[in-house]
Write a protein that binds this ligand. Structure first.
Ligand code: PLP
Length: 392
């Protein structure tokens, strides 16, 4: 064989050895080789389990999907290239054989609102927004819109409201709608939506699950009813995660419960420190006993795990004061995103809620003095020390 031929074939397509890697390697192959056409035919038709093409499935992705289905008490999962791709796949699967109508939480991640209004809307999906913490309003909206899908976030952004997911799941079931939950902020350490009656739990893996600020990814976890349809839509659309990102995410997930416990504990300390600071007007934190959804939180969240996001308003601060405060931070990173090992701060008015008119923002309760901190795993004294010196 000439070097050109060897360069292409030598070393590849070895029979699986008797040794088993302790952790799943990065399988980059786009397609898979079998001894006979008969076998490949059975795998294509899904009569026999196996891999044939990475858009369909891939061993690195399958390992992550099994892991996520297990964490979220689901039947199966689909790893996607981003959280947004995952949300789209969940909603499209939910609507596949239901009425093309979505009732979504009014406090929803900006890109999700765009997906509903600018992508699914023009394709004929009716979209209606409602406050998920107001069950009377939700029931009325569901009776009128007769949705095929109800879409909510476990914890809203940036005001951290928590809707009664178990009751919302009941309303969805009675209406024949599938409940899709974006569980990114809560994570399966705190809430597992499928256990509460949701049909889909969706994550931006980019946040707590991968956790180190170096992966963009998403996942849809679903029940037995929807799994086949999710996978077959994925075969047609191809929103899948790359195997390298699957590997990095799996590596991240192994320490996710430890990181999250630490981040939640740090967030409790940061929230209570902020609530006593004279320059702080108001703190938004699900662990606050005076939180408007305290009863729901008490029913749904385990003790002492309230998530690791803290939002707060600085007294009589506008854009200039917030810019000065955030520019003074030395440890907490001024950046979009959340859930990383390092603490990060974001200014909603300038980033996540930038496209919303000031009047509408005011109505939503998102004021010019509001900032959001994603509390990291650092020593909490250092995080508080950084906030303290930035206030000074
Ligand atoms: C980040 C985020 C998304 C989008 O995820 P990407 O990975 O950026 O596509 C969706 N929902 C929530 C709540 C998020 O925080």
């Amino acid at each position: 064989m000439k070097i050109h031929t060897k360069a292409v074939h030598a070393g590849d397509r070895k029979k699986p050895a008797t040794h088993i890697p302790v952790t799943t390697p990065i399988h980059t192959a786009a397609s898979y080789f079998y001894d006979s056409m008969e076998q490949l035919d059975r795998i294509f038709s899904q009569e026999e389990e196996g891999y044939c093409y990475t858009r369909y499935d891939n061993p690195s992705n399958a390992a992550l999907e099994e892991l996520m289905a297990s964490l979220e008490s689901g039947h199966g999962a689909l790893a996607c290239a981003s959280g947004m791709a995952a949300i789209q796949m969940a909603v499209v699967t939910a609507l596949a054989d239901r009425r093309k109508s979505v009732v979504a939480a009014s406090a929803t991640y900006g890109a999700t609102v765009s997906l509903l209004m600018n992508v699914l809307g023009p394709q004929g999906v009716a979209v209606r927004f409602v406050d998920m913490c107001d069950l009377e309003a939700l029931r009325a909206a569901v009776a009128e819109a007769r949705p095929g899908c109800i879409l909510m976030e476990t914890v809203s952004n940036p005001l951290l409201r928590v809707g009664p997911m178990d009751e919302i799941a009941r309303i969805a079931r009675d209406a024949g709608a599938a409940l899709v939950v974006d569980n990114t902020f809560a994570t399966p350490l705190i809430v597992r939506p499928l256990e509460l009656g949701a049909s889909f739990s969706v994550h931006s893996l980019t946040k707590y699950l991968a956790g180190h600020g170096d992966v963009l990814g998403g996942v849809v976890v679903t029940d037995q009813v929807h799994f086949k349809s999710l996978r077959s839509l994925s075969r047609a659309i191809g929103p899948v995660l790359g195997p390298f990102e699957s590997y990095l995410t799996m590596r991240g997930v192994k320490t996710f419960p430890l990181r999250m416990e630490r981040q939640c504990a740090n967030a409790c300390r940061v929230a209570s420190w902020l609530s006593t600071h004279p320059k702080v007007e108001r703190v938004y934190f699900p662990g606050d006993p005076a939180h408007p959804d305290a009863a729901t939180i008490h029913g749904l969240f385990p003790p002492n795990l309230y998530g690791a996001i803290v939002s707060f308003e600085i007294r009589s601060a506008g854009r200039a004061e917030i810019f000065r405060f955030m520019d003074a931070l030395k440890l907490i990173i001024r950046a979009t995103s959340l859930g990383d090992v390092h603490s990060m701060m974001l200014y909603p008015v300038m980033s996540s809620h930038r496209e919303i008119s000031p009047k509408h923002r005011e109505r939503m309760g998102i004021r010019d003095g509001l900032v959001r901190v994603s509390v990291g795993i650092e020593a909490v004294e250092d995080i508080i020390g950084d906030l303290e010196q930035a206030f000074a």
